[in-house]
Design a protein. Structure first.
Length: 757
C-alpha cells in the first residue's frame, strides 16, 4: 500500500471513528434499556480499553444507576456520574437524582448498614446526608432500645453524640442503672444511689427499698435496739405501726425472759405507755415478794400504793424474825412500827432468843413452843433445832415431828450412795474455776438489801448468741447465803456452799442436779454431802476437776482433796397428779425387796427430783394430804390421785390386788405397806371411802366369794389399825361378779369416794 492509500485510510478512520464509538455506546444503552445487563456489561468491557473514556464512564454511571440491575450500586453510579460531570465541565448526569433515588430506597429498607454507606458515599450531598444521619440515629436508637442494655446505649452515644436521641439514651442508662440498684437489695448501693441521683422518682423508690430492707433486717434480728433505730429513722414509715408493736413485744419478752428486779424496774420507768405494763407490774410484785426486794416493792408502790401488798411483804420478810430483820422493817416502813405483824415478830424473836439462851432445851420446851421448832426459812428455828438435837442423848426418843423436812437433808446425808476417797492434798489439785457460774450479792438476788447474802448465778448463751446472767431459782438459792459454786463439765451437777436449813454447822457443801442442761430453772432439791467433807465450820468448794473435789473450811490452811465416784449416776423423776400438774412433795425411795426406806428426797416446785441411784432395785412413793398413791413401778414419775377429782368425776382408782397370787388370802409385804400408806391418806379426807374387792383368778363363784370375803377382812383390819375410822370406810366383797375390760383374769380393788361426811 502506497502513501496515498495509507493517507486515505487514516483520513477515513478519523472520519468514521466517532460514528463507530457512538454506535457502541448506543448499543450498550439499548441493552441496558432492554434489561440485558450482563451483555451490556460484557460489551462495555470489550468496547473501551481506555478507563478514562468519557462514554465508558457515562455508560458505567447508567449501568450502576439502574435499580432493576442486580448489580445496582448507587455509590458507584454517583462516583462515575461525578467523574463524567467533572470531565465535561458541566452536569451531564444529575448527581442529586442519584442521591435522592438512593435515599428513597434506603429509607424504605431502614437498614443501618445502608444508611451508613449512604452517608459515606454521598458525603458531599450535605442536605441528603443530614437527612440520612437523622434517619440513621432514629433507627439505631430504636434497635438500641430493643436491646436495652447499658453497653448498647453507651455505644449509641459514642457513635451519635449529637443525636437528638443521645439524651434519651443517657436517660435510659440512668433508668437501667437505677432499676439494677433498686433490685439489688444492696443497702450500701441504695444509700449511695440516693445521695447521687437527681431523679426524684427513683430516689423515692430507693428510699422505700431502703426502708423495706432495714425493716426486714430488723425483723430478723428482732431486738429492741433495731426496732428503736427503725422508728427514729422512719417516724412516718410504712411499717411504723408494726415496728412499734414488735418493739413492745420484744421489750416485754426481754423483761419476762430475764425476769429480774432490775430489768422490770427499768422497763416500767422507760415504758410508761406500754400495753403490757400492768402485767410487768404484777410480775414485779410477785418477784419482789419472792426475793424480798424493797426496791422492787417501792417501784410498784410508787405506781399504785397497796397496803395489803406491804403487809404481805412485811409478813414474809419477818418469817425469820431476827432483831436485824425487825429493825430493817421498822426503818423501811416506819408507819408499821406499831402494827400487829411487827409486834408479833418482836414477841417471837424474844421467845426464840429465850430458848436459845437456855443452857438446856428439854422436851417440855418443845411441847410448849412447838411452832418455833418447825418454821421454814427461819435462821432462829435452825439454831433452836441444832441446840435441841445436840442435847438428845437417846435419838430414838426424839419427838417424831423433829423428823420433818427441816431435818431431811441432815438425816439423809450419811445414806447417800456416794463414795469419797481421801487424797493427799496437792496445790496442783486446785484448778481455775469455770466462769459460767459464780456467786455474788446483786440487786436481783434474794434479800438484796442484806449485803452479806450471796446468791448463785449462771451464764447462759441465748438464741441470739449473746450471754445472759441468770439467777438460779429456789431450791438452789434461798434467803440465806449460797456461795462458791462449781459446775461439773457436763453442766449437770452443781456443788456449792450454803447455810440454809439444818446442817453440820455454818456453810456446808451441797449438791444439786439437773438432767436437762437446756433448762436453767429445773435444779433438784440440794443434797447435803456427809460429814466426811462437811465440818462444824464454814466449808467451801475450792476446786472441781472432773470429780476430784478440793474443799476447805474457814481455816484456809485446812485444805482437803477427795475423789468422788467418777461416774455419779442419778435417777430423775417427776411428781404429778393425774391431770399432769407437777407437785412439790417428799418422795420415799424404798428397797424393792425389804421395803426399807433407802432415802427420802423432795421434788422442786416443778415436780422434778433427782437422787443418786441406789445399788438395789427400788420403788418410789409419795404421800400428800387429799391425795392417794401407791408404789410406782415407773421410776420416771410418781403420780398422786386427787381425791376431790376422783369424787367429782365419779371415777375409781384401780389397783392390782395386794394379795399373793398363790395364797390369795395372804397379803404381800408390799401390799400390806401400800394399804398402810392408803390408811394415812384416808384419815383426814372429807369423804366416805369405798373399797371394792374383785377376784377373777378362780372360776368357781363360791371359791371367789370366799377369797374375796377374806381379803375384805384383811384390808379392813389394816385400815382400822392404822387410824381409819370404821364409819369412814365401806369395804365390800364382789367376788367375780363384776368383770372389767382389760382386767380379765386379774384380781383388783377399786377405790371410790361418796358424799362428804
Amino acid at each position: 500500500m502506497n502513501f496515498k492509500q495509507w493517507f486515505l485510510l487514516i483520513i477515513a478512520t478519523i472520519i468514521l471513528f466517532p460514528t463507530t464509538v457512538f454506535a457502541q455506546k448506543n448499543s450498550i444503552i439499548k441493552l441496558l434499556n432492554k434489561g440485558e445487563y450482563q451483555q451490556a456489561y460484557d460489551k462495555l468491557q470489550t468496547s473501551y480499553s481506555d478507563t478514562n473514556n468519557v462514554d465508558r464512564i457515562e455508560v458505567l454511571s447508567l449501568y450502576y444507576k439502574d435499580t432493576n440491575n442486580l448489580a445496582y450500586d448507587a455509590c458507584l453510579a454517583y462516583y462515575y456520574a461525578n467523574r463524567l460531570n467533572q470531565s465535561q465541565g458541566k452536569e451531564i448526569v444529575s448527581l442529586e437524582d442519584i442521591c435522592k433515588q438512593e435515599l428513597s430506597i434506603v429509607y424504605k429498607t431502614k437498614s443501618i448498614e445502608s444508611l451508613e454507606n449512604f452517608v459515606h458515599c454521598f458525603s458531599e450531598e450535605k442536605r441528603y446526608v443530614k437527612e440520612a444521619e437523622r434517619l440513621l440515629e432514629q433507627i439505631s436508637f430504636e434497635r438500641t432500645k430493643m436491646l436495652n442494655t447499658v453497653e448498647d446505649y453507651e455505644k449509641y452515644i459514642e457513635r451519635h453524640p449529637n443525636a437528638i436521641q443521645a439524651n434519651l439514651a443517657k436517660q435510659a442508662i440512668d433508668e437501667i442503672i437505677s432499676l439494677q440498684v433498686l433490685e439489688s437489695e444492696d443497702l450500701e448501693k441504695l444509700e449511695e444511689f440516693v445521695k447521687k441521683t437527681t431523679n426524684e422518682k427513683y430516689k423515692q423508690q430507693a428510699n422505700q427499698e431502703i426502708e423495706r430492707l432495714i425493716f426486714q433486717s430488723t425483723l430478723e434480728e428482732n431486738t429492741a435496739e433495731k426496732y428503736d433505730a427503725y422508728i427514729k429513722r422512719f417516724p412516718n414509715g410504712v411499717y411504723i405501726k408494726l415496728a412499734k408493736e414488735k418493739l413492745n413485744d420484744v421489750l416485754y419478752n426481754e423483761v419476762v425472759s430475764k425476769n429480774t428486779i432490775t430489768t422490770m424496774i427499768t422497763f416500767l420507768k422507760n415504758n410508761p405507755e406500754h400495753p403490757k405494763r400492768s402485767q410487768i407490774i404484777e410480775n414485779l410484785k410477785s418477784k419482789s415478794l419472792e426475793l424480798l426486794s424493797v426496791e422492787g416493792l417501792n417501784t410498784v408502790l410508787a405506781i399504785e400504793y397497796d397496803s395489803v401488798l406491804v403487809q404481805y411483804f412485811i409478813k414474809s420478810y419477818l418469817s425469820d424474825p431476827t432483831k436485824a430483820n425487825i429493825s430493817f422493817i421498822e426503818e423501811t416502813f416506819p408507819d408499821y412500827k406499831t402494827s400487829k405483824i411487827v409486834q408479833t415478830s418482836k414477841v417471837l424473836n424474844e421467845d426464840y432468843n429465850f430458848l436459845i439462851r437456855k443452857t438446856t432445851i428439854n422436851n417440855n420446851d418443845l411441847k410448849n413452843h412447838r411452832g418455833l421448832f418447825f418454821k421454814k426459812d427461819n435462821s432462829l428455828t435452825i439454831k433452836l433445832l441444832e441446840k435441841y438435837l445436840s442435847q438428845q442423848k437417846n435419838p430414838s426418843k426424839k419427838d417424831a415431828r423433829i423428823e420433818s423436812e427441816l431435818t431431811l437433808n441432815l438425816r439423809q446425808a450419811d445414806k447417800l450412795p456416794i463414795h469419797l476417797i481421801d487424797k493427799e492434798f496437792d496445790e496442783n489439785d486446785i484448778i481455775p474455776s469455770s466462769t459460767n457460774t459464780f456467786s455474788s450479792h446483786t440487786p436481783n438476788g434474794y434479800l438484796p438489801q442484806v449485803t452479806k447474802n450471796e446468791d448463785i448465778y449462771i451464764i447462759s448463751t441465748n438464741e441470739n448468741g449473746s450471754q445472759d446472767t441468770i439467777l438460779l431459782p429456789s431450791p438452789v438459792n434461798t434467803r440465806f447465803n449460797e456461795t462458791t459454786p462449781k459446775l461439773t463439765p457436763d453442766g449437770k451437777t452443781l456443788f456449792f456452799s450454803s447455810n440454809a436449813g439444818l446442817n453440820y454447822g455454818g456453810l456446808d457443801i451441797y449438791m444439786s442436779h439437773r438432767e436437762d442442761t437446756n433448762t436453767i430453772d429445773n435444779w433438784s432439791e440440794p443434797i447435803l454431802l456427809n460429814n466426811r467433807i462437811n465440818t462444824n465450820k464454814d466449808d467451801y468448794v475450792l476446786s472441781l476437776n472432773n470429780y476430784k473435789i478440793v474443799v476447805s473450811n474457814q481455816d484456809s490452811t485446812n485444805k482437803r482433796s477427795f475423789l468422788i465416784d467418777d461416774d455419779l449416776e442419778f435417777e430423775n423423776a417427776y411428781v404429778l397428779d393425774q391431770r399432769g400438774n407437777f407437785l412439790r412433795e417428799e418422795v420415799a425411795v424404798l428397797n424393792k425387796t425389804t421395803l426399807d426406806t433407802i432415802i427420802v428426797v423432795k421434788s422442786n416446785k416443778k415436780g422434778y427430783l433427782s437422787f443418786l441411784k441406789p445399788q438395789v432395785p427400788f420403788y418410789l412413793y409419795a404421800q400428800r394430804p387429799g391425795y392417794i398413791s401407791f408404789f410406782s413401778e415407773d421410776n420416771s414419775q410418781v403420780v398422786l390421785q386427787n381425791v376431790n377429782d376422783l369424787f367429782e368425776t365419779k371415777q375409781f382408782y384401780l389397783l392390782e390386788s395386794p394379795f399373793d397370787e398363790k395364797k390369795p388370802t395372804e397379803i404381800t409385804p408390799k401390799g400390806k405397806r401400800e394399804i398402810q400408806y392408803l390408811a394415812q391418806s384416808l384419815k383426814d379426807i372429807g369423804y366416805v371411802t369405798t373399797i371394792s374387792v374383785h377376784v377373777h383368778s378362780v372360776n368357781k363363784v363360791e371359791k371367789a366369794q370366799e377369797i374375796s370375803d377374806k381379803q375384805v377382812e384383811v384390808i379392813t383390819d389394816i385400815l382400822l389399825k392404822n387410824g381409819v375410822s370404821k364409819d369412814n370406810i365401806i369395804v365390800a366383797s364382789y367376788a367375780n361378779t363384776s368383770p372389767l375390760i382389760g382386767w380379765e383374769g386379774k384380781n383388783r380393788i377399786e377405790i371410790g369416794f361418796l358424799l362428804e361426811k
